[in-house]
Design a protein around this ligand. Sequence first.
Ligand code: ATP
Ligand code: MG
Length: 669
Amino acid sequence: MKAIRKIWRYIRNYKKALVIALFSMLVIQSLNLAAPLLVKSILDDQLVAIKEPWYETVEKTEKSVLYNGKYYQQQETKTENVLSVVIVKGKYYAVDDIVIQGNYHVENNTLIVTDTNNLVTKYNLIQLDINEVKDFYSPFINPLIILLVLLVLRYFLQIAFLYIQRTATSHITINIIKDARIDAIKALTLLPMDRFEKEPAGKIANRIINDVNGINSLFNILMNLMVNATLAVVFAYIGMFYLNWQLSLITFVLYPIIYIWLKAFIKRLRRSAEKTNESRSMITAQLNEIINGIGILQVYNYKDETIETFNQVSNEFRREQLKESRLHLGMGWNLIRLLGASITALIILYFGYNSLNIYGFVATAGLIYAYNDYLSRLVEPVMMLFREIGNYQHAVVRSERLFNLIDSVKEDDEYHEIDRYKGKVVFDGVWFSYVENQPVLKGIDLTIDPGQMIGIVGHTGSGKSTLMNLLLRFYDFKDDDMGNIYIDDLPIDTYSKRTYRKHIGIILQDPIMFKGTLADNIRFGAEASDELIEETLRLVGGGKLLDKLEFGIHQKIVRGGSNLSVGEKQIISFARAILHNPSILIMDEATANIDTETEEMIQRALEEVKKNRTTIVIAHRLSTIKKANKIVVLENGLKVEEGTHEALLKNNSVYANIYRSQVKIEEIM
Ligand code: ATP
Ligand code: MG
């Protein structure tokens, strides 16, 4: 039910299409109600009605027939002279009396009728010639044509409305899938990093690709089961009660049986559906890992093991699917076949019994046809229920998973304009651990004034990136973490993540490039003319890169930017950062191992970038941060030193050691 309520969020944007679809369903079901009644009328009132008694009338009318110089007509008011038409073995006879029901037999111009009590009645009869037979049928021709036209018309109308209904429904499904997918991608961009660590990337991708279809099938099943099937049942009952209410009452006995069976069925199916879905996404995840790591797999010859694991996952999936289809066949399909057969048997029994005319009730061919037709329309939704209930479970499981993803970050997605930060950043006694009881940061205190440039140094694994991950809110503080971070004296969780990040920029260790042109990668959502982009790129030292590229800033960049060097990628992200003009910029320097030319290029770029903003640089090459207002040294999650380059050298401690070792290496080189 939760999933249904949530799906409404998406459907309600397409109310017009929904109304059209629902209205069409109503029309289709009313047309369905009409069909058996039309056929019944054709059978009972027209085709076999010739056998009803004909009474003599004085004048000629539309419905009268001339026979032996007298007019006869089928009517309510009885007259003295009556005539019956009987059909025995394809031959037509006239009898001047009302003929009782029973077994007909013709012998020497005599009709012998044996009724159910074995009483024999005899009538004189005269055989009718072909023209006389035609005359007797003539009053029925016009109504028959009208009924047939109606029947065909109903059929065309049904096709037309079915078309409208399908079009409206697919309009809705296509659109809600699109909307849900956008929401899911949005959610993905706001997801805390630890979600990506806990779940394989493939599983998350699977959620967006496959689970979105869950919404689609949920909507379709709801439309089919809740609306169409309900309407079908209601209309079938209207028809059945109209034809024979006693028999219709009996069908209600079946419902408790169906209900109990269905409940047991659902319980097992739900368990099975969850498992199947789980192993399906495991397969996708596994595939994803294989494809992503194909290079390493091939080089290290790890293929056999990989295939073996994939086989296991795949087998698990097969087993679950098999279980599920057995369940469907055993509990779903069988019951419905059984039910369908017993119902047909019941009708035949009932009408057969009644056609013996014990209660003066005659079951006509049309009645039996129509009743059976309605009954099968009643059985159809029940069959659909059993058939679709499994898909329904799958759809619910999938939709719920997708909604969990979307809703988990809904708060973070809120956005409103806030003023550009002045740029004061304060870390106040920050303790943080990725894994419980293994703190990576141990009480960091650090104050950065607006517009300052700060360098952070420390050995690998000392917690530099972690400090920035927290500032960027890639990770949330957990219960056992302590302290807080403030920007302009406001705790960083004051705003939603999206709002908060508006004025923060990053240049990552390995800058990320997306498929598109160079200009796209620099612009990246900001509004900027081509000229401005080129100017900015040259400003940060990208002139050489630009001159090298055939199409300049319109050069295509492949996904991941693998046609660019790391240094070039960093230059591009500098330009990106300047264009977006964040008030706080974080740069995570890639590595110490860069040639002097690139080093100079980056230093010049940094000079430009740091203007008019607070800049935090995680540095491996200390030359980068020599001019920083302040350098912070981390070791094992502790701040061990803080001060300017000169002050720290004078201090002659950790920083001085790192510096000396770098200078020595450079001298050797
Ligand atoms: P480097 O100079 O190599 O980039 P760093 O100073 O940036 O190192 P961090 O990335 O902050 O170091 O890592 C600090 C510690 O936290 C390391 O011991 C690392 O193993 C651990 N760590 C980092 N990321 C995670 C994570 N997602 N889950 C668990 N532990 C992590
Ligand atoms: Mg790092």
